[in-house]
Design a protein around this ligand. Structure first.
Ligand code: GDP
Ligand code: IMO
Ligand code: MG
Length: 428
C-alpha cells in the first residue's frame, strides 16, 4: 500500500477518523484536503477519546507529518484551540503539523452569513454546522473578499481585512447584522487575527510543493476525506450538501497531488446509514428502529451534538459513491450497533415514479420521491465487540457483510466492531 485515500461513502460520520488513525501506521504523511471545522473525527486509543475537527487523525503517531492542505477552510481560533487541547493531553503537535499558505481563512462574518443563509426562505433548511464553511468557500470562488493563510505574512494585510470587513458590513447590514456587531469590527478582528497568524507562523508552508516532493520521493501519503460523498457539492444531494468536493474527486484539487499518485481508495461506510441536517434520506427510519440505532450507535453529531437521523444501509447510494470515489475496498464500521436486531434490511434498489431503478437520482426532488426496495437478512443477536477475527463473527454477521460487498460491488477489507483502535477485524 503506497498512497491511500480514506473517503466516506455516505453522509459523513462513517468513522473515517478511526480508519485514518489505523492506516497511519503504514504512511509517512496524513493530509486533510477539504472541509473545515464542520468535520468531527473521532479516534479512540489507549482508553482516551479524541475529537478532531481540523488536525488530521494521523497526529497520534509521532513522526508522521500531518498536513492541512490548500483545500481546507481554516478558522484559526479553532485550529489553535485544537492544537492546545492536544498538547494538554500529551500529544506531540509542534513538530508534526504543517498548514498550507493557500488555505482560506474563516472570519466572524462568515459565521454570521452561515446563520443567515441557513434560514432558508422556502422549504427545508440545509441545517449547516454554522461554522462559516459555505460562506468562506463562496468567498474563495468569488475571490474579491477572500483571505488566505499566506496573506498574513505579506505587507498590506491589515488594509485588506479592513476593506473586506467594510464590504461585508455593506452586505450584511441590510440583512439585519448591526453595523457595530463584533463580527464586523475590523480593528478588533485585525488585532485578534494578527495574534493567530503569529502563533501559526511556524506551521505555515507551501504544502502543494511539499506534497509533490513527497510523492515523487516515494513517501507514503494518506489522504483523509472529511464529510461523505453524498455531501459532495457537485455530485451529492444538492443543495443539501457541504460546500466542497467531499467525494474522492476532491483529493487532487484540495491537495495539489494528481490522481495518478493515489494508489488505493478505502471507502468507509457504516453498517447502516445516518444523516445530520436537512435533505432527503430514502432509508430513514423515523421509528423504533431508527431510535434503536441512534441509542446503540450514540448517534449524536460530534460537532453540533444534534441527533443524527438513522436508517438502513442504502446500497443504491453506496454503489454510486463507491464508483464516484474510486473505492477499491470497503471499511464497514459500527457493525456492533446492529447486534440486537432480529432482522436487518438493505436497500438494494429504488422505486421511482412506478419504475424500479438501481441508479442514484441526479435531482433532489427525484430522490425525495424514491421508495426503497429492501432485502431482509436475519440478524445475529449476539454481542460482537470482542471479536477480532472474521471467523469469530456470527455466521449471520458474515452473511450480512458478504451481501453488502456484493450489492455495493466492492470487497470488505476492514470491519469495525467498536470505537477503539483495537476493536477492528481485518479481512483476509
Ligand atoms: P468521522 O467523522 O467519519 O470520523 O466519524 P465520527 O467520529 O463523527 O463518528 C463516528 C462515531 O462512531 C465516533 O463516536 C466513533 O468513536 C464511533 N465508532 C467508530 N467505530 C465504531 C464501531 O465500530 N462501533 C461503535 N459502536 N462506534 C464506533
Ligand atoms: P465529518 O467529516 C456529517 C453536514 C451538515 C449539513 C451539511 C452542510 O465529521 O463526517 P456545512 O456546515 O458543511 O455547510 O453543512 O453538511 N455536514 C456533516 N455531516 N459529518 C460531517 O463531517 C459533516 N460536515 C458537514 O450537517 O447537513
Ligand atoms: Mg464526524
Amino acid at each position: 500500500m503506497a498512497n491511500t485515500a480514506v473517503i466516506g461513502l455516505q453522509w459523513g460520520d462513517e468513522a473515517k477518523g478511526k480508519i485514518v488513525d489505523i492506516l497511519t501506521e503504514n504512511h509517512d504523511i496524513v493530509v486533510r484536503y477539504q472541509g473545515g471545522a464542520n468535520a468531527g473525527h473521532t479516534v479512540v486509543t489507549g482508553g482516551q477519546t479524541f475529537k478532531l475537527s481540523l488536525i488530521p487523525s494521523g497526529i497520534f503517531r509521532a513522526g508522521v507529518r500531518c498536513v492541512i492542505a490548500n483545500g481546507v477552510v481554516i478558522n484559526p481560533q479553532t485550529l489553535l484551540a485544537e492544537i492546545d487541547a492536544l498538547k494538554d493531553r500529551g500529544v506531540r503537535v509542534d513538530a508534526d503539523l504543517t498548514v498550507s499558505s493557500r488555505a482560506h481563512v474563516i472570519f466572524p462574518w462568515h459565521m454570521e452569513e452561515d446563520r443567515i443563509l441557513n434560514e432558508c426562505p422556502t422549504g427545508e433548511a440545509i441545517g449547516t454546522t454554522l461554522r462559516g464553511i459555505g460562506p468562506c468557500y463562496r468567498d474563495k470562488i468569488g475571490r474579491s473578499h477572500a483571505v488566505r493563510v499566506g496573506d498574513f505574512y505579506e505587507a498590506g494585510w491589515r488594509e485588506r481585512i479592513v476593506a473586506v470587513a467594510e464590504a461585508k458590513r455593506r452586505m450584511l447590514e441590510p440583512l439585519g447584522v448591526p453595523a457595530d456587531s463584533p463580527a464586523l469590527d475590523a480593528q478588533a478582528i485585525c488585532e485578534e487575527y494578527s495574534g493567530y497568524a503569529e502563533r501559526l507562523r511556524p506551521f505555515v508552508a507551501d504544502t502543494t510543493q511539499f506534497l509533490l516532493d513527497a510523492v515523487e520521493a516515494g513517501k507514503r501519503v494518506l489522504f483523509e476525506g472529511a464529510q461523505g460523498a453524498l455531501l459532495d457539492i457537485d455530485h451529492g444531494t444538492f443543495p443539501y450538501v457541504t460546500s466542497s468536493n467531499s467525494s474522492g474527486v476532491g483529493i487532487s484539487a484540495g491537495s495539489g497531488v494528481p490522481g495518478r499518485h493515489i494508489h488505493k481508495v478505502v471507502g468507509v461506510v457504516k453498517a447502516y446509514c445516518t444523516r445530520v441536517g436537512g435533505g432527503p434520506f430514502p432509508t430513514e427510519q423515523d421509528n423504533d428502529v431508527g431510535r434503536h440505532l441512534r441509542d446503540r450507535g450514540n448517534e449524536y453529531g460530534t460537532v453540533t451534538r444534534r441527533p443524527r437521523r438513522c436508517g438502513w444501509f442504502d446500497a443504491v447510494a453506496a454503489r454510486y459513491t463507491a464508483r464516484l470515489s474510486g473505492a477499491d475496498a470497503l471499511a464497514v464500521m459500527l457493525l456492533d450497533v446492529l447486534s440486537a436486531l432480529p432482522e436487518i434490511q438493505i436497500c438494494t434498489a429504488y422505486e421511482l415514479d412506478g419504475e424500479r431503478t438501481e441508479r442514484f437520482p441526479d435531482h433532489v426532488e427525484r430522490l425525495r420521491r424514491v421508495r426503497p426496495i429492501y432485502e431482509s437478512l436475519p440478524g445475529w443477536q449476539r454481542e460482537i465487540r470482542a471479536v477480532r477475527r472474521l471467523a469469530d463473527l456470527p455466521v449471520n454477521a458474515r452473511k450480512y457483510l458478504d451481501r453488502l460487498a456484493e450489492v455495493v460491488g466492492r470487497p470488505v477489507e476492514i470491519v469495525s466492531v467498536g470505537p477503539d483502535r483495537e476493536q477492528t477485524v481485518f479481512v483476509g
